[in-house]
Design a protein around this ligand. Structure first.
Ligand SMILES: [Zn+2]
Length: 69
């Protein structure tokens, strides 16, 4: 009988690259944790940004494109 161990889920911690914000969740894999963080407004790409820093970064990028245009 195949039985999947429910204890494979463990605590995952993501830290914002720009501030002290952290996102903590319990997930089986880091990918699942990243998807959960993204659902909550985090950007997890090359950089990890909390929702506040993501908005600030987006505004900066928007300002750059506007001044360039
Ligand atoms: Zn942040």
């Amino acid at each position: 009988m195949r039985r999947r161990d429910r204890t494979t889920a463990r605590r995952r911690l993501l830290r914002c690259d720009r501030c002290d914000h952290r996102y903590q969740t319990v997930a089986e894999t880091r990918t699942v944790a990243v998807l959960a963080a993204r659902t909550n407004g985090w950007i997890v790409d090359r950089a990890t940004l909390c929702p506040s820093c993501a908005i600030a970064a987006a505004r900066l990028a928007d300002g750059r494109t506007r001044t360039a245009a």
